[in-house]
Design a protein around this ligand. Structure first.
Ligand code: AMP
Ligand code: GLY
Length: 423
């Protein structure tokens, strides 16, 4: 269920499973339709999705997106005895409510930025007036399409932001409470994990590039590219992450009565004091998934079924050697209002150059792929080293054209710099 590059990568990966003979995708996109039958059901139409799965004897439904998970699609499927990969509504709240996840981390001593939750404007303003450390981070509670986080550089900006969020002028219904938290200095990394309610098995680490322009400049986006694995996540660091963050959060969720099944996404900041949680998401990351899954060397359908059945086997989660780089190609104007309808050329040439192209915002018109969204394509390359994977991905990118296309030129550079510093 979904229609982005993440869902394309998931469909591509499960299509390799000997267990899988038919894939449907609701609603899907032009790229996904190459190997899945796309059905015009929206991701929030839970009853229709469950009707479809029941009528077509679908053995496993995979939910890609956060909104349906937070809205309880898994509960609707389970009530009908249908198998579904993803957390129930009461566990998806780990992403759905920042206040919930921050409180849980505090209760179970999981390292994260110090924070306070406010619903009362006067109290929030008083807190900000007593705070001497800026920047400070202000988050609207609830899902806000990634736009609910403001890093305020001054007291004035912080107070304005809090007022705006609590009075509900911005961020829709998501602003009824705000989380104010300490700004963490460090480098970010993402760790996606398979979870079966009790056990957690991390995938290879990855790193997203959230800003629109090179060198992390400009406004935040859904993500402009990713690479995996992330050199900042050394084996020792990953062990620390497992011991201090992943196993404790799984145990906490189970103990609180919300066992987490599905993909847990840990967004981490690697600080001088060790790894700290920036956020948890209750689903695969986008664009991280497009870099991570091509390195997966197991049977994704099998591993997902194990998660659903509560018997995840670590030895089934296997990885290829080497690195993956994913460069996102976006339409003109993104992340603001963007263009659409331009004809895309060069997709075959990019594949001939050895790249995998995962579609996000595309549609097929008169036999041609055309732009139909902000993030349009993910061009992914695998190679023995990060530097080679980057070169190959950009070779693929150079073959693809449309009017107004934009992309970053520095995807994976942070990782390459890490490796050079170690040499
Ligand atoms: P979130 O939606 O919580 O992931 O926040 C979006 C982005 O804001 C993150 O990916 C970080 O780059 C940044 N961010 C969020 N919280 C913090 C924090 N406490 N310190 C520093 N950066 C943060
Ligand atoms: N890559 C950020 C996210 O999926 O939330």
């Amino acid at each position: 269920v979904g229609s982005g590059g993440r869902e394309h990568a998931i469909a591509w990966s499960v299509a390799k499973s000997p267990k899988v003979d038919k894939i449907y995708c609701a609603p899907g996109n032009a790229g996904i339709s190459e190997y899945a039958e796309c059905v015009p059901i929206g991701a929030m139409e839970f009853e229709k999705l469950a009707d479809f799965a029941g009528e077509h004897d679908v053995d496993l439904t995979i939910i890609g997106m956060d909104d349906p998970l937070v809205g309880g699609v898994v509960d609707v499927f389970e009530a009908r005895g249908l198998k579904v990969f993803g957390p129930r509504k009461n566990a998806a709240i780990l992403e759905g409510s920042k206040a919930f996840s921050k409180d849980l981390m505090k209760k179970y001593n999981i390292p994260t930025a110090a924070y306070e939750v406010f619903t009362d404007e006067d109290k929030a303003v008083e807190y900000l007036k007593n705070n001497r450390k800026y920047p400070i981070v202000i988050k609207a509670d609830g899902l806000a399409a990634g736009k609910g986080v403001i890093i305020a550089q001054s007291e004035e900006e912080a107070i304005d932001t809090v007022k705006d969020m609590l009075e509900g002028h911005s961020f829709g219904g998501a602003g009824r409470s705000v989380v104010i938290e300490e700004f963490m200095e460090g480098e970010e990394a993402s760790v996606l994990c398979f979870c079966d309610g009790t056990h957690v098995v991390p995938m290879v680490s990855s790193q997203d590039h959230k800003r629109i322009f090179d060198n992390d400049k400009g406004p935040n986006t859904g993500g402009m590219g990713a690479y995996a694995p992330a050199p900042v996540m050394t084996d020792e660091m990953m062990d620390e992450v497992k011991v201090k963050i992943l196993r404790p959060i799984m145990a906490a969720m189970k103990k609180e009565g919300y066992p987490f099944k599905g993909c847990l996404y840990a967004g981490l900041m690697i600080t001088d004091e060790g790894p700290k949680v920036v956020e948890f998401n209750c689903r695969f990351g986008d664009p991280e998934t497009e870099a991570v899954l091509p390195l997966f060397d197991g049977d994704l359908a099998q591993v997902m079924l194990e998660c659903v059945h509560g018997n995840l086997k670590k030895e089934d989660v296997k990885w290829k050697k080497g690195c993956a780089v994913d460069v996102v190609m976006a339409s003109e104007g993104y992340p603001g209002s963007h263009s659409s309808g331009e004809i895309i050329s060069g997709l075959d040439e990019a594949e001939k150059a050895g790249c995998i192209v995962f579609h996000a915002g595309t549609v097929k018109k008169n036999g041609k792929y055309v732009v139909n969204g902000g993030r349009v394509l993910n061009v992914v390359a695998l190679a023995p080293t990060l530097e080679e994977a980057k070169a190959k991905a950009y070779e693929g990118v150079s073959k693809i054209h449309w009017q107004g296309v934009q992309y970053r030129h520095d995807i994976a550079d942070k990782g390459i710099r890490h490796l050079k510093a170690k040499e």
